[in-house]
Design a protein around this ligand. Structure first.
Ligand code: FAD
Ligand code: NAP
Ligand code: MG
Length: 449
């Protein structure tokens, strides 16, 4: 119990840095932490790169972030209870924020609210290549590669936290005749700038957030027309003129795309907004989470602790489909740290009890009927993580913002980002944006704040 704990965090995105943040708040001499980050900066997806395919080290490019991305949820739904937007910016700002403004806020908390310099725990440009559990010594060997030198090292840890994100490995469907299409075909992971599709007739495949946002984004930046093609069901928004929905692609013949309803049309580019595969190739098989996108992947106690191997010393962060983001990751980071440092009573539960509890959550998740039940389910998940850890209890109350947000999207998909919300913590009413989102082309922090 009082042996030294050596904790490995893989990834310094919003999840990994939340774990680091809590470690720093409650650190003690019997716990050591190292965070490996394969890039040279933190906050993962919230960084923009022009690169696609492979990065400067020849590694798969991590992020699918694009220019001019604005958060698709209100900031009041992702605000940290201990560091509000008003704390950071010193005044009221609008509810829906462009990427650089979000990144600035996230970094502000890490720098201004931490007790020490969190960057000192991070080994940059270092990719985790393999994680295996050692039965005999009851610990993990983590193999890392210094991407600058190619030097590989094995290090042992008592605990491992996997925080590499779930939007890294694109799901790429095949449609008959794809190779005959003369225009560009790309996955949303490689989408960087909507202006490239100006004047074009674009096909967007998929019916969730990427498809919705990329269709709107292309329209905003001057595409001629968009067809959004769905597999299960249409999004059925009140789309602006120029965007229409059709069933799934049946086949492609040159420029002509045929759909399952028998219709066909000529198109110039295809953007597959078909989501991602869960991919943790560096985890040994018994430690590897496999799942499709869900609010509660199975095999994880508290949606966090891996139950199929690793003697309950392996954790996954942020592997849930996300309405809530930063506060969910934050509550999870705190729960994991309290669990590792033995301050939670559920440490005493047996593996069977944990499995049964996890199973009940998965069953409940499978019975959810609509988006509003899903939002409330995720709020309950955060509450479950927060009970007993001391995480501020109000975070789940942001569910009311997500209900309102969905209703506003249903009312008008083009103007939902022009609405204002009121902070749960500071009581600040959001400012009105100087221009409506659809007409606003300047995302800089200066222009925005
Ligand atoms: P990431 O942000 O992906 O960070 C993971 C980190 O792990 C990266 O820094 C990566 O370099 C590192 N890493 C990966 N593999 C290794 C390895 N083997 N070794 C070492 N390091 C490794 N959320 C919102 O709240 N609002 C939004 O508007 C929003 N927009 C989004 C738009 C897009 C296009 C996408 C894909 C997601 C969006 N999200 C949004 C959700 C997003 O998942 C979260 O905001 C958040 O970035 C998740 O944090 P994370 O730490 O889990 O993963
Ligand atoms: P996603 O939520 O997993 O959705 C994937 C979509 O692709 C689903 O509609 C799915 O169809 C469809 N699909 C999957 N495989 C298919 C196939 N073989 N053929 C046809 N269709 C297929 O992924 P996502 O939309 O990329 O979202 C990922 C994350 O990015 C989310 O967290 C989202 O919030 C975030 N995001 C945010 C913004 C923003 O504006 N800030 C923009 C983009 C993305 P079914 O419906 O049939 O399952
Ligand atoms: Mg992370």
């Amino acid at each position: 119990m009082d042996d030294k704990r050596r904790v490995c965090i893989i990834g310094a995105g919003p999840c990994g840095t939340s774990a680091l943040f809590h470690f720093d708040q409650i650190s003690n001499s019997s716990t050591e932490v190292v965070c490996y980050e394969k890039s040279d900066t933190w906050l993962g997806l919230w960084n923009l790169t022009w690169m696609t395919g492979t990065d400067k080290f020849g590694e798969p490019c991590h992020g699918g972030m694009y220019k001019h991305l604005w958060s698709n949820g209100p900031k009041e739904g992702l605000e940290y209870p201990d560091y509000t937007f008003t704390d950071h910016f010193g005044k009221a700002i609008p509810s829906f924020l462009p990427r650089p403004v979000i990144r600035d806020y996230l970094e502000g908390r890490l720098v201004r609210k931490s007790k020490s310099d969190l960057k000192r725990f991070i080994k940059w440009n270092t990719a985790v290549r393999y994680v295996r559990y050692n039965q005999k010594s009851d610990d993990f060997t983590v193999t890392t590669e210094d991407l600058k030198t190619g030097h590989t090292v094995d290090t042992n840890f008592t605990h491992v936290i996997v925080a590499v994100g779930i939007f890294n490995s694109p799901e790429k469907p095949y449609f008959d005749g794809m190779e005959t299409f003369p225009g560009r075909i790309l996955h949303s992971h490689d989408f960087r700038d909507a202006t490239q599709f100006k004047g074009q007739r674009v096909l967007v495949v998929g019916a969730k957030y990427s498809a919705e946002d990329i269709a709107l984004q292309c329209m905003k930046f001057g595409a001629k027309s968009i067809v959004v093609s769905y597999r299960s069901s249409p999004m059925n928004y009140n789309w602006p003129v120029g965007i229409e929905e059709r069933p799934l692609v049946q086949k492609i013949q040159g420029k002509v795309v045929h759909f399952l309803d028998g219709s066909s049309t000529e198109l110039d580019s295809i953007i597959l907004s078909t989501g991602y595969k869960y991919k943790f190739p560096f985890m040994e098989t018994s430690l590897r989470l496999t799942s499709s996108s869900t609010l509660y992947p199975s095999g994880l106690y508290k949606g966090s602790l891996w139950l199929q191997g690793g003697n309950r010393k392996l954790f996954y962060m942020g592997v849930q489909h996300q309405f809530f983001t930063f506060t969910m990751f934050d509550a999870q980071g705190l729960w994991i740290y309290r669990h590792i440092t033995d301050t939670l009573s559920d440490k005493l539960k047996s593996c069977e009890e944990m499995k049964e509890e996890a199973h009940q959550w998965v069953q409940k998740c499978n019975s959810l009927k609509d988006i509003h039940e899903q939002i409330d389910f995720q709020a309950d998940f955060i509450k479950d993580l927060s009970d007993g850890t001391g995480y501020p209890p109000d975070a789940p109350k942001a569910n009311k913002f997500f209900h309102k947000w969905d209703n506003e999207k249903r009312a008008n998909i083009v103007t939902y980002r022009d609405q204002q919300f009121k902070s749960l913590y500071s009581g600040t009413e959001a400012a009105q944006c100087s221009k409506p989102w659809f007409q606003n082309f300047d995302d800089s922090i200066g222009a925005f704040v």
